[in-house]
Design a protein around this ligand. Structure first.
Ligand SMILES: CSC[C@H]1O[C@H](OP(=O)(O)O)[C@H](O)[C@@H]1O
Ligand SMILES: Nc1ncnc2[nH]cnc12
Length: 291
């Protein structure tokens, strides 16, 4: 039985968490580059925790320049077993209002200028992302959010856009009316795909800040409105995080949905045809199946 280590990736507005015992900032060296920031580690109610602000402290990285591969590799390297992504997002649904949280379970990936995989020439791997989030971890996030008094919606499709500009009204209506998406953000892809490649359970907590640009009564998305909602959302996210250790426990059985075995039959490149340099970089992410 492994030990639980909860990794929190904090999005816009969530740059710190508090209350950790033995807090330490760790600079993790990853072969995939420098992570967004030092990773804050410690324990909460006896459970190991790691916190990484996605955009870095001071919000340095734009959604397209976040070092997603380094971030996921660094969390894996630290022994994280469960990743909870916390993100600001716009809503496409009347009943999902600013201040509500959505436990995302599907994505439409419209990003196009990011490194989307740890695998490549010399080590080709294909994982399934049909179910890109972990139902067990999502359940814990829903329970934690309800316990924290947050209005929470279980299940929703997140449109991941490239950004950094917000959508046009035509795009907003397309994503909502034609594609059936529920929320929109700029960061959960390729993060969720990379977490699956790294055999990490991944859940996404989307914190609504606005109605994007489709809503006749709300007009265009406005960054000042978003910023006004972010601080309250971040306090709720901290209250959610505080409840996770009790829900997940210290001992961790293997994932009932197979997230931690995603690479079992994923690598197609024959051992003798593999690129040694790439295989070396994959030590943390895929060492379990490559050695
Ligand atoms: C704050 S406005 C747009 C910005 O907020 C979201 O960031 P994150 O997903 O890291 O919370 C969105 O994706 C954009 O990056
Ligand atoms: N409307 C929106 N579109 C994309 N990312 C967002 N983050 C917060 N609100 C957003």
């Amino acid at each position: 039985m492994a030990l639980t280590k909860i990794g929190i990736i904090g999005g816009s507005g969530l740059y710190e968490i508090d209350g950790l015992q033995n807090p330490r900032r760790v600079d993790v060296h990853s072969p995939w580059g420098a992570p967004s920031d030092a990773i804050l580690t410690g324990q909460l109610a006896g459970v190991e925790m790691a916190f990484l602000p996605r955009h870095g402290r001071g919000h340095v990285y734009s959604p397209g320049s976040v070092p997603y591969r380094a971030n996921i590799d660094a969390l894996k390297r630290l022994g994280v077993t469960d990743v909870i992504s916390v993100s600001a997002c716009g809503s496409f649904r009347e009943h999902m209002t600013p201040g509500d949280f959505v436990i995302v379970d599907q994505f439409v990936d419209r990003t196009f200028a990011r490194d989307t995989s740890f695998f490549g020439p010399g080590c080709v791997g294909h994982v399934s992302v049909a179910h890109p989030t972990c139902a067990r971890l999502s359940e814990a996030c829903e329970t934690a959010a309800r316990g924290a008094g947050v209005t929470v919606h279980r299940g929703g499709t997140y449109l991941a856009m490239e950004g950094p500009q917000f959508s046009t009204m035509a795009e907003s209506r397309l994503y909502r009316d034609v594609w059936g998406c529920d929320v929109i953000g700029m960061t959960n892809m390729p993060e969720a795909k990379l977490a699956r490649e790294a055999e990490l359970c991944y859940a996404s907590v989307a914190m609504i800040t606005d109605f994007d640009s489709w809503h006749p009564d709300h007009g265009a998305v406005d960054i000042t409105d978003i910023i006004a909602t972010l601080a309250g959302n971040a306090d709720k996210a901290r209250a959610l995080v505080e409840r996770l250790p009790d829900l997940l426990g210290t001992d961790r059985a293997s994932c009932p949905h197979g997230c931690d075995r995603a690479l079992e039959h994923a690598i197609l490149t024959a051992p003798e045809a593999r690129d040694g340099q790439l295989v070396a970089k994959l030590d943390a992410v895929a060492g379990r199946v490559l050695t």
